[in-house]
Design a protein around this ligand. Structure first.
Ligand SMILES: Nc1ncnc2c1ncn2[C@@H]1O[C@H](COP(=O)(O)OP(=O)(O)OP(=O)(O)O)[C@@H](O)[C@H]1O
Ligand SMILES: [Mg+2]
Length: 1079
């Protein structure tokens, strides 16, 4: 089954990607959808619309209920961040939200606060930009009670810088080290408490150093008061520092063996007090791997790691050192631990054993070893463990600092952003010296917050000359004073008790407190309390009414912890250690220093004072973290707990100060920059002063005078997130409605502008595309036209040359061949030959022939003959014997009749046949009569009687020797060719002919007048058969013939319109024949 992950990033884009394990499926969907951000939460402009994203926009801003409801509404939609102006309020979601990926980081980069949903990245980015643009060091103060998410927030900011800041390869190492310092410090300085599974048990202030390009180039960490007591003791349900469990759970077998450790935390006295070796939210084994890797990244070599782990293991062994003994004198019952300790700490076992059971006293210049009782020995051992661990932790911080040190000498100036992640305010059933210090620290931070926000804000209004009603807020300075005031403060009294000779104890300290600060409104003890309070307080406790709530502190151990004493002989042993780390931690000079070291509380007070100085010197941003419930549960919003935090964090006051004055403020320049598009006079650019621009704009927008105020120029020493450096000019709104209206207006306008920009851009793009196309087309066109023109010019030139040569040649055509005329002559010849080739005669009859130039007349003649011969030759090649015979006859016919007889031309195309009468047409008797005489040709003819010219049908048969006239079966007349004198025929188109035969012979009846429809064929055949070609006479006008007995007859031929044969009145035979051809 495929799963789909939908991720909405603040840009409004939806990212679809396959899901990972362990995400929540939207069960209605197939395939299952993992909805990481509720769909309706983030609008397309990237701004969330649940509740208000800035509390100053709350209409009912004085109502705590409305405040909490807004937080709740947003929390339910996983919107854990909300602003109060520039302060970020964050509610711990206790679950992983998909709002910390690279897309989100990019989204917040360089973007104004109001343009995107509230986010820790926005705070980080804002500080970064302020640092870059104003060149002023920044700090981000993250506060809130234990488990509220401070450490997570600081890590997120660090990651944000690591991803978004520019970086070279060199810087990458620094980035890695900055990031990797966290797991190491958390392993050694964090522990599971009842409030937080990963509670920071030390304070941390980290400077990130940036070069002029804005790249992180180094860092520096200051650590504050580690809760060392945890090394030796944990409350029920709590653990020691993570590193012990990580080592035992994750350490390789060999390593553990070498350290003499077993893979079972229950074996170690220092790990069993809280009875909580395993925590479900923590995986010690993987954390161990992370820490090992991180140590390498930071630059630890293998020896250093080994020595560090030796120390950690030795602390566990120290915890297992058991004392026994009689008469109150302690001795160590087992040697095993000492053996391990001697090896791991690199000290002499015997010396160590002595130091753990004796105390060195210097009396009258003499050193004496005084044995310790069981209790003293145990606390000496614990003191050693705490000292070893505590100093190693400080060494670790120094080591990390060394690896983060900015070494590039070329750039000495860098800007810094400080990140303060310090233990949060905490209250347990039993609160001791550590809680006192932690809560005091939180008082100081709250004081700083008040100083820099509530107080200064109000002062700023005054300075800006803006009418203003002061807002009352609780100033916790009174509590700070109670703790830290010189001589009269709790720390002073504690120090006094610690230093005072005599029997000072925790209880005498308590009495002293009652005496000195007993009347303080924020201080109560059992003795001073009313009856109701007494019920919940023991006699060993004092109560401080902190800004964040009441805390009862048990004074037991206050003096010891404050003294933080380690017996001299134990120090001496440690100074002799061969372990290089311990060697650095325990300095021999310390032994010779006779001055009493400062107490823990005083040191802490001093370090806090220094911290305040550091923070005051920078421009601060605030992140106020809150926890939604006490059970570390996701999705549970405990209103009572939240209300409490809202109260003590002073968020309502913070909001009231913002709102009672003016909810929103902007620098004139920024205001103009953002809203100038709403007024034609200020759009696109305002040339005058920003103040005048704002006035013009506001007039155009029609704000009522009570809705806004324009502040005057002023200079301040401290500023806020949105504040400009130095002189500030503010544009301020009083209520959110005006801001909403303006923002709405801007929203609408933005769409219009976007469309316009889009249209402009599209137009511009299309135009440039078109222009590019056009110029390309023009270029191609010009190039092509050039080619064509050059080609044409070349041809024209060639043509001109040709013509010129031609003309010249023409002029000189009659001269001998010379350069002037050779072209012409060649051309003439060439063109004649080419012309000839095209116009050659088609056949032998075609006599056409192009006229040759004079020079070629001879060649032409030769060619013509050649051509004709060729045609004849090919013609002849084609003819067969039958055709040849036909042609021979046709030749004879041509010789006889061509141009002589009218119907000759018609006969030319008609082929001569062998005979016109077949066997069956001729009577068999005739055939029989002819006997062996072979018949060559037979044709039906008409015979005209010699007298009367009657026409009678006859057949004319030609044999080899004679022409025979046949009437049916009778051979009417046989004319021997030898006797045939000739044949007469007219020149007209008729078919009459006369066979002239000698008369007077009985056999012969005289000339015979015949008519044949194929007269040309018939006569040709007769001429050939009788071999009388020369005896064929063609007559014009008339033919005279002789009939038998010497009589003569005449046939008159006249041309007419049709063929008519008749006897004329003159006794002649008159033949009218049509003229077919004019000869
Ligand atoms: N933004 C967050 N997203 C998811 N989980 C968070 C977030 N912030 C905090 N948490 C959860 O809350 C736990 C406690 O947070 P964190 O350690 O930052 O608290 P803290 O304020 O530093 O407390 P302490 O003062 O004890 O050090 C974290 O371990 C983590 O599980
Ligand atoms: Mg923390």
């Amino acid at each position: 089954m495929m799963e789909l992950r939908i991720q909405l990033i603040p840009t409004g884009e939806i990212i679809l990607s396959p899901g990972k394990n362990g995400e929540n499926y939207c069960h209605g969907c197939k395939p299952p959808l993992v909805l990481l951000v509720p769909l309706h939460v983030v609008a397309s402009d990237g701004v969330d619309r649940v509740g208000v994203q800035d509390f100053v926009l709350l209409e009912n801003f004085t109502s705590e209920a409305a405040f909490i409801e807004n937080l709740r509404k947003r929390f339910k939609e996983n919107l854990i961040y909300t602003y109060i102006g520039s302060v970020l309020v964050s509610v711990n979601p206790y679950k992983d939200l998909e709002i910390y990926n690279k897309n989100h980081m990019q989204r917040y980069r360089g973007v104004n606060f109001y343009e995107v949903s509230p986010h820790i990245y926005a705070v980080g980015d804002n500080s970064y930009r302020s640092m870059r643009t104003e060149r002023k060091d920044q700090c981000i103060l993250i506060s809130g009670e234990s488990g509220a998410g401070k450490t997570e927030a600081s890590k997120k900011i660090l990651q944000y810088y690591a991803v978004t800041c520019p970086a070279s390869e060199q810087v990458q190492t620094v980035k890695d080290r900055l990031l990797q310092s966290n797991p190491v410090l958390e392993a050694f300085g964090n522990a599971k408490t009842l409030r937080n599974d990963n509670s920071s048990r030390f304070g941390k202030y980290m400077d990130i150093q940036f070069d002029f390009k804005g790249a992180p180039v180094g860092g520096h960490i200051i650590n504050y008061l580690l809760e060392k007591s945890r090394v030796v003791h944990q409350n029920h349900g709590e653990r020691n520092f993570h590193i012990f469990y990580q080592l035992i759970e994750g350490g390789e077998e060999d390593l553990l063996r070498g350290l003499g450790l077993e893979r079972n935390p229950q074996q170690y006295q220092y790990l069993v007090k809280g009875n909580c070796p395993k925590v479900s939210s923590i995986n010690d084994r993987t954390d161990w791997k992370t820490v090992r890797k991180a140590l390498t990244v930071i630059g630890f070599d293998e020896d250093e790691v080994e020595e560090l782990l030796n120390i950690i293991a030795s602390v566990l062994h120290l915890g297992n050192v058991q004392y026994g003994g009689e008469d109150g004198v302690a001795c160590i019952t087992s040697d095993t631990q000492i053996k391990y300790l001697a090896r791991l700490l690199g000290v002499n076992g015997t010396v160590l054993t002595e130091a753990l059971t004796h105390k060195k006293i210097i009396a009258k210049g003499e050193e004496l070893m005084s044995p310790l009782n069981l209790e003293q020995a145990s606390s000496a051992r614990d003191a050693l463990s705490k000292a070893v661990y505590g100093r190693t932790f400080t060494w670790l911080v120094n080591k990390i600092n060394a690896s983060l040190t900015y070494t590039d000498d070329s750039c000495k100036h860098y800007s810094v952003i400080g990140l303060l992640d310090i233990y949060g305010f905490e209250v347990f059933q039993h609160n001791s010296f550590e809680q006192f210090c932690i809560n005091y620290c939180n008082e100081k931070l709250q004081q700083l917050f008040i100083e820099l926000t509530l107080k200064s804000e109000q002062e700023e209004y005054e300075a800006e000359g803006i009418t203003w009603e002061p807002v009352q807020y609780f100033n916790n300075k009174i509590i700070c004073d109670l703790v830290e005031e010189k001589f009269k403060g709790i720390i002073s009294i504690l120090d006094e008790e610690c230093l005072r000779p005599g029997d000072a104890s925790d209880l005498t300290f308590l009495e002293k407190l009652e005496d000195t600060v007993g009347g303080h409104p924020h201080f109560v003890t059992h003795k001073l309390a009313d009856t109701k309070t007494r019920k919940v307080m023991s006699r060993e406790e004092f109560r401080l009414l902190h800004y964040a709530g009441e805390v009862n502190y048990n004074v037991n151990g206050f003096l010891d912890k404050n003294n933080d004493l380690l017996f001299r002989n134990l120090k001496e042993v440690m100074c002799m250690s061969e372990n290089k780390i311990l060697n650095q931690c325990f300095n021999r000079e310390e032994l010779s220093d006779k001055k009493r070291p400062e107490t823990a509380a005083t040191q802490f007070k001093a370090s806090l004072a220094k911290l305040m100085e550091i923070l005051m010197s920078k421009e601060p941003s605030y992140v106020r973290c809150m926890k939604p419930n006490d059970s570390k549960q996701a999705g549970r919003f405990d209103e009572v707990l939240i209300r409490h935090q809202v109260k003590y964090l002073g968020l309502m006051e913070n909001l009231r100060v913002r709102r009672a004055g003016f909810a929103y403020r902007r620098r004139y320049e920024l205001f103009l920059q953002r809203y100038k598009s709403l007024c034609p006079d200020t759009w696109a650019n305002w040339q005058g002063k920003a103040f005048d621009g704002v006035a013009t704009l506001v007039k155009h927008l029609g704000y009522k005078p009570e809705e806004y105020k324009l502040g005057r120029s002023a200079t301040h020493t401290h500023t806020h997130l949105h504040s400009p450096p130095g002189g500030k000019k503010y544009w301020v709104w009083r209520g959110p409605a005006t801001l909403f209206a303006t923002e709405e207006g801007l929203e609408t306008r933005k769409h219009g502008l976007a469309t316009k920009l889009q249209a402009g851009w599209r137009g511009y793009r299309q135009k440039s595309k078109y222009q590019k196309l056009r110029s390309s087309a023009v270029a191609v066109q010009a190039w092509w036209r050039g080619i064509l023109a050059r080609r044409r010019a070349r041809r024209r030139r060639q043509a001109a040359d040709t013509i010129r040569r031609f003309v010249k040649g023409f002029i000189h055509r009659h001269r001998e061949r010379c350069p002037e005329n050779e072209y012409f002559l060649d051309y003439v010849r060439y063109s004649f030959l080419m012309n000839l080739r095209r116009n050659l005669p088609k056949n032998v009859l075609d006599k056409s022939w192009p006229t040759p130039p004079a020079a070629l007349s001879e060649a032409s003649e030769l060619l013509r003959k050649l051509c004709m011969q060729n045609m004849v030759w090919s013609y002849c090649k084609k003819i067969n014997s039958e055709w040849k015979h036909q042609m021979e006859q046709k030749m004879v016919a041509s010789e006889l009749f061509k141009d002589k007889k009218d119907n000759y031309p018609q006969s030319v195309s008609k082929l001569f046949v062998n005979t016109r009468l077949n066997g069956e047409d001729i009577n068999p008797k005739v055939v029989q009569a002819l006997g062996s005489e072979k018949m060559k040709y037979a044709v039906p003819v008409t015979k005209y009687d010699r007298k009367g010219y009657k026409a009678r049908p006859r057949q004319l048969l030609l044999t080899a020797n004679s022409a025979v006239i046949v009437e049916e079966a009778k051979l009417k007349q046989r004319i021997e060719y030898a006797t045939l004198r000739g044949v007469s025929v007219s020149s007209l188109s008729d078919g009459l002919f006369v066979l002239h035969v000698p008369g007077g012979d009985n056999k012969q009846k005289g000339d015979v007048v015949l008519q044949s429809d194929h007269v040309i064929e018939t006569l040709t055949k007769i001429a050939i058969c009788s071999d009388k070609i020369n005896n064929i006479n063609i007559n014009q006008g008339s033919i005279t013939f002789t009939s038998g007995q010497g009589k003569e007859g005449t046939i008159d031929f006249t041309p007419g319109s049709e063929l008519l044969v008749a006897k004329a009145k003159n006794g002649h035979l008159s033949v009218t024949a049509p003229r077919l051809n004019s000869r």
